[in-house]
Design a protein around this ligand. Sequence first.
Ligand SMILES: [Zn+2]
Length: 428
Amino acid sequence: MRFFILFFTLFISLQAMDFNLIKKNGSENNNTLLVIGGIHGNEPGGYFSAEVLAAHYKIKSGNLWVVPNLNAKSIQADQRGIFGDMNRKFANLDPNDPDFNIVTDIKKLITDKNVSLILNLHDGHGFYRDKDQGTIFNPHAWGQTCVIDQCNLTGSAAFTDMDNIANKVKLKLNEKLIEDHHIFNVRNTNTKFDDEEMKHSLTYFAITHNKPAFALETSKHLSTLAQKVYYQLNAIEMFMDIMNITYERDFNLNQQEIEKIISDEGNITINNNISFNLSNIKKSLSFIPLQSSANEFTFSSHIGSVKAQNGSFEVYIGNKKVTTLHTEQLGKCLDSDTNISIIADKEVKKLNFASNVSVNNDFIVQKSKNLRVNIIGFTDKTHKDESNLLIDYRSLDKSYSIDNDKKSYRVEFYNQNAFCGMVVVNFR
Ligand SMILES: [Zn+2]
């Protein structure tokens, strides 16, 4: 069975922060689960799971708050921590540490009075076993564990029986194993007495502030990202069940459907006048007309990011470099007529910049008052302005397509030499 549920997500991104926060508030009960992904940049299972939660779950009762990209720069770099291990910065931290603001902001969120329970998502080494069975399977491995710092919390908070909760989650996960050796365990680090290092961790900060907290570790040794996301989502759903947080998701929780979701990179919008579908986009695009500074990039994915590199921009979803935009800097468009119309297969379509239009056979960009049209991949030496010309698929040089399937082409609008905006035409 497949769920076709369209739903609205409540986005509350705190602009001042270096990470995204998505609050999905339901009704009825006040329990709030805070899920944190991406504290370690080379553990994609954690941050892709958090992104799937943010994008594909609807909360009906209770609240789910998601930070999918806590350590965004390390995610982009695919490194544990470009400024050292962020998960060792929660006890005390020099205000000059480059991670200081992020750690301070997430501490505020962890101690927010509404937050009832915190999950910190990781991909750990190997597979935890209580007896040593080699370098992958041993008592020091973190993989496939629900980690607690101690068995329970004293005080008035709910969900203080952490050992009991972790064991329930473990039992549920072990009913859903893809392979037998993926078996889950509870790992109690007994931090207060036994683990000096873990006293600097996010979860220990949480429990010393009377907030129940768990680390969920899938294994770095699982064969696919989809398998990591599968286990994380199953674990998180069990936590939601325990907390009476009810939800709907718009997919079935199996490897195939997860694979499909995480391979859809969504789109990027630039300066509100360019938009590209990132799925199947070419590794590199040339002459993308951007501003000389203050370019604004927005993503449909909450783990999208951009890195400026020698006048180009590398575009990432999580740790995956999706494309590189080689730019050309043009003047600002002052007199922009934004009423674009394209006749697609003889039907007139009114469009805005940063939109796209699908075409079966041919299209004509209609002349608009102040704008000159440049169709990238179309050459006709007799026309400086390529509006009012019938363009079919054969008339386009396929090496100029945006996508690997050679179906998508840029239609750019200029006022004299200033770039005003772009529309993408997709041949079906
Ligand atoms: Zn980790």
